[in-house]
Design a protein around this ligand. Structure first.
Ligand SMILES: [Zn+2]
Length: 120
């Protein structure tokens, strides 16, 4: 972890935090010294596990049923029932998995219901 108030090891000035997309770290505005971690996206640092569900739809189409069937490994009829009732589909998903599932659901025209609040 990089501390909030960190002095530059080169010149002793107060460093500032870097948080630019894929780059996180700290740098010294005086002499340019910096420590950065790249390619670590904040979503990968999210250790929360999510429960992904869907809001109910009265008349799901074939594609929507298929998506839910594939995602949760249930058959067509069970998937249709699941969509009509709404509710949880997958459990213990990490942020990265949750993010791609969310995208799949939205693409299929389903409304994801994610617990706890999903910020990504
Ligand atoms: Zn410095």
């Amino acid at each position: 972890m990089i501390e909030e108030n960190f002095s530059c090891p080169k010149c002793g000035s107060q460093t500032e935090k870097i948080n630019e997309g894929r780059t996180v770290g700290t740098r010294c505005p005086q002499c340019g010294w910096s420590v950065v971690t790249t390619y670590t996206q904040p979503i990968d640092q999210d250790v929360e596990l999510y429960e992904v569900g869907i809001k109910k739809i009265d008349h799901p189409d074939k594609n929507q049923i298929k998506v839910i069937s594939n995602l949760s490994g249930i058959n067509f009829l069970q998937a249709r029932k699941k969509i009509k009732e709404g509710g949880s589909v997958l459990f213990n998903m990490n942020a990265r998995q949750t993010s791609s599932i969310k995208a799949m659901l939205i693409e299929a025209g389903l409304s994801p219901a994610i617990n706890p609040d999903f910020k990504w």
